[in-house]
Write a protein that binds this ligand. Structure first.
Ligand SMILES: [Zn+2]
Ligand SMILES: [Zn+2]
Length: 158
């Protein structure tokens, strides 16, 4: 596999979505607005159309990061300096301060830590998503069961 340059976002999309049939069938696409929830205290993480996390950077500084809750948008504001490709040391819920890092998983693309939280799409039930803490990577995974629930959403039940 050739190494894709980060300034070619289209290649990321082709590579990830084409290489995984399940992802391709998912109703989470690049334009889907994700409402994010803490899996520990259940509080909503979205605020003014941004998802808000308490982050710890490599230098150990603690700050607040506000990111666009779309999978294809890398827009982000942080109160501390974080390099675009930096692997965050930790990510916490801003409400209960529980760590959202999934200790038993690493990113398949770059071996970075993974961040796990609940999302909902429009009025869907909460689904668990796990994604890479490195901003420019954007690799993510969901359980097969949750993906199937999203796929089923438009056909029946929901
Ligand atoms: Zn929480
Ligand atoms: Zn990654």
């Amino acid at each position: 596999m050739t190494d894709k340059r980060p300034d070619q976002p289209a290649s990321w999309e082709n590579e990830v979505w084409d290489s995984d049939p399940l992802m391709k069938r998912s109703h989470i696409n690049k334009d889907t607005y994700l409402t994010c929830w803490c899996p520990h205290c259940g509080e909503g993480l979205n605020e003014d159309d941004k998802a808000v996390f308490r982050i710890v950077n490599k230098a150990g500084e603690v700050g607040i990061s506000r990111v666009s809750p779309y999978l294809n948008v890398l827009d982000r504001e942080s109160t501390i300096h974080v390099e675009d490709d930096e692997e965050l040391a930790d990510v916490h819920c801003p409400h209960c301060d529980a760590s959202l890092i999934e200790p038993d998983m690493v990113c398949k693309k770059d071996n970075c830590k993974m961040l796990k939280f609940h999302i909902s799409v429009s009025n869907s039930i909460k689904l668990l998503i796990t994604l890479c803490v490195r901003r420019t990577c954007r690799w993510y995974t969901m359980s097969e069961e949750d993906n199937e629930r999203l796929i089923l959403r438009d056909s029946h039940e929901w």
